[in-house]
Design a protein. Sequence first.
Length: 156
Amino acid sequence: MEGSRLAVQRWGEPRLTTDVDATVLVQQADEARFLDACLARFQPRRPDAREFALAYRVLLVGAANRVDLDISLADYAFEIEAIDRATPHEFDAGAVLTTCSAEDLIVYKAVAGRPRDLSDIETIVARERFSRCRPRPPVAATLRRAEAGDRHRATL
């Protein structure tokens, strides 16, 4: 599931982006094998990419076309639910990718909390006209952990 850059193109104000964020659900017993397969195909962006991914649940690699890929390993209930709620979207004729919902994208962006992410939230809300958007209790708890500075436990 593409969870950020292209999802903003779908739900928010389209903008130029040069990287891709993906979230994948891999059984814990298969994580090392999955990471090794990715590292055999893509160029690691840091020398300890495998160890970093096992510790922080995100693999930082680059594709042959120089696009950076951030591949997150889903772990939290919210991430698994976001994958279940994800839907396909045709970005161009024949170019269909699965992205998270607008509501889930808002949560991802809120947890990241960078100025660009907060701006993206504004465009998503304006474009989608959310008047009914009320976070479910697990989402609200994740946002509270992020606000409290518990970045590792709040990572989506």
